[in-house]
Design a protein around this ligand. Structure first.
Ligand code: ATP
Ligand code: MG
Length: 252
């Protein structure tokens, strides 16, 4: 059996008195793409925001249970360190608007107060942009602002910025929902390539996308984990009636 990078145990999340996630158990193996699917409001974003400890930044938000990252309880680890090991990319591309492409890629190092020499930074920028499949398009303009790029390129820049920290896990929250089909398929190809370096958790509404790129799929419904397993099986012979109903478009 592959080694697991993330383990979610008896996990619950609340906003005030409202329970959003209920007793979630998930085991996410290394170097795979795990898709999190489910209708709007079922708790997908909340779940991944619990992994990098962003959920608790909201007043009144709390959690119960455990999330282990490489065997260490993230709730017993300094959140800054957790966020360094768990990169995140959001629905809307959000490069830092005042920064160049170069400075965007190394922003995590600056924000964490990690000082590196120019040669090392150059290497990190090139390697991260290469891995994000953006280097060839921007290598002659890395000192221009990231906001000059197309939406799809900006999203790949955000992926490069996350990869630059060498995370164990990359969380992608509907990373293509603001992109056109061509930019979307570019990102989907990239997700498959990135498995080599990082374990990926992909939140998506897009059933076809989950089927195309993920190895494992989790189906969440009303805060509960209904079904989790190999995507091939979940998409062809789902075990739970609710999964089947979702896949056939009965809700969300
Ligand atoms: N800041 C907040 N305060 C209170 N409730 C919230 C907050 N953010 C989200 N919620 C509620 O938590 C539940 C789960 O939201 P979440 O954003 O995790 O869903 P989601 O599955 O990501 O949905 P979508 O597919 O629309 O992005 C929803 O009922 C939502 O209304
Ligand atoms: Mg969401």
């Amino acid at each position: 059996m592959e080694s697991e990078v993330l383990k979610v145990e008896k996990f619950g999340a609340y906003f005030g008195d409202t329970q959003i996630l209920k007793y979630i158990n998930l085991s996410i193996p290394e170097n795979m793409v795990t898709a999190i699917m489910g209708p709007s409001g079922c708790g997908k974003t909340t779940l991944i925001r619990c992994v990098n400890r962003m959920h608790e930044l909201i007043t009144g938000a709390r959690v119960e249970g455990r999330i282990l990252l490489c065997g260490e309880d993230v709730y017993k680890t300094n959140p800054i360190l957790v966020r360094r090991k768990v990169g995140m990319v959001f629905q809307k591309p959000n490069p830092f608007p005042t920064m160049s492409i170069y400075d965007n890629v190394i922003a995590g190092y600056k924000l964490n107060g990690i000082r590196l020499g120019r040669g090392e930074l150059d290497r990190i920028v090139e390697e991260s942009l290469q891995r994000a499949a953006l280097w060839d398009e921007v290598k002659d303009s890395v000192h221009r602002k990231g906001t000059f790029l197309s939406g799809g390129q900006q999203q790949r820049l955000c992926i490069a910025r996350a990869l630059a920290m060498n995370p164990e896990v990359l969380l992608l929250d509907e990373p293509t929902s603001a992109l056109d089909p061509k930019a979307t398929s570019r990102i989907e190809e990239l997700i498959i390539e990135l498995k080599e370096y990082v374990t990926i958790v992909l939140v998506t509404h897009n059933i076809a996308q989950a089927a195309r790129v993920s190895d494992l799929t989790a189906f969440l419904y009303l805060g509960e984990l209904v079904e989790f397993g190999p995507s091939e099986k979940l998409f062809t012979v789902p075990e739970d009636k609710r999964t089947e109903e979702y896949l056939t478009g009965k809700f969300g």
